[in-house]
Each structure stands twice: as structure tokens, then as C-alpha cells.
Design a protein. Sequence first.
Length: 400
Amino acid sequence: MAEIRTDVNRPAVPMDGTTITAEVDVEPGTQSVAVQRHIALCIDASGSMAGSKIERARDGASWVFGLLEDDDYVSIVAFDSDAELVMQPTRWGDIDREEASQAVDDLSAGGSTDMFDGLHTAQRALETLDVREDASEGTPVRRILLLSDGKDKHHDPEEFCDLAIDIDESGIRVEAAGIGEEYNEDTIRTLGTTARGEWTHLDGPGDIEDFFGEAVEQASSVVAPDADLHLDVLEGVEISEVYRALPQAQDVEVYWENTEATIKLPDLIEREHQRVVMKIHVPASSGEAGRVDLVDVTLSADGETATDTISVEYTEDNGKLAEHNEEVQLDHQQTVVQTELGKGNVEAAETTVEKMTTIHGEDTEIVQEAERQTELVKEGGRAERNQATKIVSDDEGVRK
């Protein structure tokens, strides 16, 4: 079973209140049963993909075939000026291998780029599978693996955001990859972030097989799909600046209902630590000094729950007020930097790095790493922006 652990940068606060930094760490636990994967390859087949890109996309699809188990389902959507369901979602054990290979060999490039229709077609294909009837044990892991090197000139990132929300609510995650330098980076990032997957940059055709293969293999290690954190917040307490720090630094949409909030998490992957960081405004105490539970946190994953509490102590003791867990604050600040760098907002990242330097000193390891990555993004391009969102971890998946 997955576990959670909470921490704050200031365990003691003054009687008139203050703002603290908090984090929730999620340990996914171990996989108890093998998962069934529903994989939809959504491949750009527009004219700009002609040549080595479409050839390597064919190779990547063939590579995916070699990773599938009999009970997995696979479908292929190709999109150019419109979208075509090249392969209906079918159980791999029931597919004629020659027909599957032929469907891949027939992929060709031409026309413009209607990525929106391609994603919508892939979503509908996966939704034709009844997840309850097709899954012998547990909920299937459903993935759209999107590959594109171009721009959809008929739909803006906001429209893709709405589509990604709809896909996510269907229980489908999107792994979105842009290849080369001509794709719409905002769109690729929006899709991977909003549908609780990841977004990535591929330098060239040689990276396509790795992208497909790693995404399919990762899907086999899912411990629990559709996980979320439920926050029951004490009246008067405010939460802001919420980010996913691990596995990829991303903005988070918080869904509120009165004093309760939900934060959706990416699927829990075995051995992949997750972290959510946030700011919490602690109001003035309404009574005497003492410990107060600010937020009750519940992780829901695969029908089971784990709980912890974000708490502080109101006090007038200067010694206690001086206690400070610097690492928690640094975690949040570094995540802000990583997220802004992923968007190419170098000035915003530099502003946060300056604050980190002022508060923690220029010799602090995380501050130095934030400075280094900011310079790399400032001098680099899309690959550096994407790499900046991946936070350095130790062998156990927890940040150094």
C-alpha cells in the first residue's frame, strides 16, 4: 500500500499567524498484481514527418509490439489533415502479427497537422474498451502516446487544455512528445501536464523508439491509477502555489469544494517517488498557544487510503520560532524554478533564484543547481527546458 509523509519548513508559528511551506511525499508501494495495458499510439503523419521521422515512428510502433503481453490492448491513430484509426483497439493475443506489421508499414507522411482530431480519435478508441469487463484484476492502465513534430494551426493550447481535461477524466493519461524545433511547445506541455502524464522533447528521430518503449514499460509498473490527495483544510487556512515536484515539476490545478480540496496525482509507479509542494497561510490563533492541525491529508489510491496531517504549534517561545527546516522551503523554491524554466520563463526563474540566494546563501547545493539549470536554459533550447523539469534524485527516487 502507498504511504504519505508531510513536512513543513516552520513547525512553530507566532500567535498572529504567518505563511509556511509544506510538502507531501508519496511512496507508491509495490505492485501486487500484473496490470493490463491499453495503449494508443497517436502518431503525426503530416508532411513534415516524411523521411527518417516516419521511418523511426514505424520502428517505434514495432518496438512497442515486442513489449506487449497477450492481455494488453493496442491501437494506432495516424493524423495529418485529419485523423485515421489505423488499428482498432484489439487484444494483442488476438492480433494477426502480419496484419499488425502491415498496418505499421503502411504509415506514410503527407498533409497538414490536425493533432486535436488525432487525440480525440485516440481517446474515443480507448473509451470503446469497457475497463471493468476487460480487466481481470484491477483497473487497466490506459495511455495515449502522442508524437508530433508540427503545429495544429486550427486549435490553440487552451482548446488542448480542455481536451486534456476530458481525456484525464476518462482515466487516460497522456505521454506527449514533441520532436524537432517546429512543434507547439505550449501544446505538448499542456497535454502532458493536464492529463497527468509527462511531456518531453525529442531531439531527433533516433529518440522515438526510446520514448515509445519507456512509456509502455513504465505502464507495466503502475501500482495505482487515478490516485489523488484529498485536503481537509481548517477554516481560515489558505493554500496557494501548489506544484507537483516529482516525478516532473508541473503546475497543479486544485479543485475546491468549501474547505476541502483535491489534488490529482499521476499514476503511482513502483519505485517512483512523488512529491507535492505548497504554501499555506496560517491565520492568527483564535485561542491559546499549542498544536493545531491545519490540513488533514488523505491519499486515495486503488481503493485504499493513507493519511497524515500538516500541523504547527502556535507559540511565543522565540527558541521554537527560530526552528526552521530549510530543505522544505528549498524544495518549493526549486520546484518553482524548474516549472518556470520548463515554460521558458527565464526571468521568473532568475527572480526566484535571487530570493533563494539571499535567504539560503550562494554556496547551498540546491541554489547552485538552480543557478546552473537557469543558465543552461538561458543559453539552450527546448531540450534544456524539458530537462530542467526533471529534478535530480538519489537511487531511491528521493531528491538529494
